[in-house]
Design a protein around this ligand. Structure first.
Ligand SMILES: C[S@@+](CC[C@H](N)C(=O)[O-])C[C@H]1O[C@@H](n2cnc3c(N)ncnc32)[C@H](O)[C@@H]1O
Length: 298
């Protein structure tokens, strides 16, 4: 990968892709990530879909949401990657292929968004799902909206500001908050502001923090809103290859400092993420995470 694709203006030792997050279209980001095998949204696709199916069905605590479409808030949604995978008959590999193909090189960002709108509409698989996106990258959100991926999009930074009235209104309908590839950019403050705005609705929160990240402050913030956070033990999710020996040292040292063993994971050359799920105490007590996700583990 060329230096132009990965700017190593080192952010605590981790390569930065910031310059690719807020562009008029997703092609440069996908092309930079493909050689690194970036695949956290691929891991999120079956897990998030499973949780939505679980929320849809009557789980013995009364019918939750069976009569209306469910709403996902995807935080750090970028160009709508999770929305593309949750609402369409598509894999992450399909997206890599689409955004790498030379056939689309001649299209402007506007033309690509228009072509994507038709591409995704033809592959829509889930009528009963709305995905709204939150990201600081306003251009990426704009793209995802133009391409028809997001049902609502907000270019806001809850690390710095309270949610806008529009975002606050949208948050009142959220059933599931997802974060893939973004927890490291967020502190408890974002989750605090999100949950305060849902006004007692108690959405589930499903996230993939890197193993270098201490999730305790976020779990504590969620607990103040009655959510119990569980870690899905026994399984980690490879996120992407390291771009350099320096990044590898950063990750290996980071997991060791947290008392974790990098053997077979970071020591083999890739970042690994954990999976955390936060739910109201009743839901977590009725079906703890290991039993809830047992069928996915098979
Ligand atoms: C690695 S990308 C993850 C994209 C996608 N969720 C995925 O799984 O591939 C990280 C995203 O987090 C966004 N981001 C960074 N800081 C943020 C913040 N404070 N609030 C919301 N989004 C943020 C960036 O703009 C970028 O789009």
């Amino acid at each position: 990968m060329g230096d132009d694709a990965v700017q190593q203006h080192v952010h605590e030792g981790k390569a930065s892709f910031d310059h690719l997050y807020d562009l008029p279209d997703p092609r440069p980001l996908f092309r930079a990530l493909a050689p690194l095998g970036y695949r956290i949204p691929h891991h999120g696709q079956p897990l998030f879909s499973f949780l939505l199916a679980e929320q849809r069905r009557d789980n013995g605590h009364g019918p939750l949401t069976v009569h209306r479409p469910l709403t996902v808030l995807d935080v750090c949604c970028s160009y709508g990657i999770n929305a593309a995978l949750l609402k369409h008959d598509l894999t992450l590999k399909d997206l890599y292929e689409r955004y790498s193909t030379e056939e689309l090189d001649g299209l402007s960002a506007e033309e690509l968004a228009e072509a994507d709108r038709a591409f995704f509409a033809e592959r829509r698989s889930s009528a009963g799902l709305r995905v709204i996106g939150l990201d600081t990258a306003g251009s990426a959100i704009g793209y995802a909206l133009r391409a028809g991926l997001l049902d609502g999009g907000f270019g806001e930074n809850l690390e710095h500001d309270e949610p806008s009235p529009e975002l606050t209104g949208a948050l009142r309908a959220v059933d599931l908050i997802t974060v893939s590839g973004g927890v490291g950019y967020l502190s408890a403050r974002t989750f605090d502001r999100l949950l305060a705005a849902t006004r007692g609705r108690s959405p589930w929160v499903a996230t993939f923090p890197l193993r270098t990240v201490d999730y305790a402050p976020i779990a504590e913030a969620l607990a103040r809103y009655g959510l119990v956070t569980e870690h899905w033990a026994g399984r980690t999710f490879p996120q992407r290859a390291f771009v350099s020996a320096q990044e590898r040292r950063f990750a290996v040292r980071g997991v060791r400092e947290r008392g974790l063993d990098p053997a077979g994971k970071e020591a083999d050359g890739e970042f690994h993420a954990d999976f955390y799920l936060s739910r109201p105490a009743d839901d977590a007590a009725a079906l703890p995470i290991d039993r809830l996700l047992a069928s996915l583990d098979a």
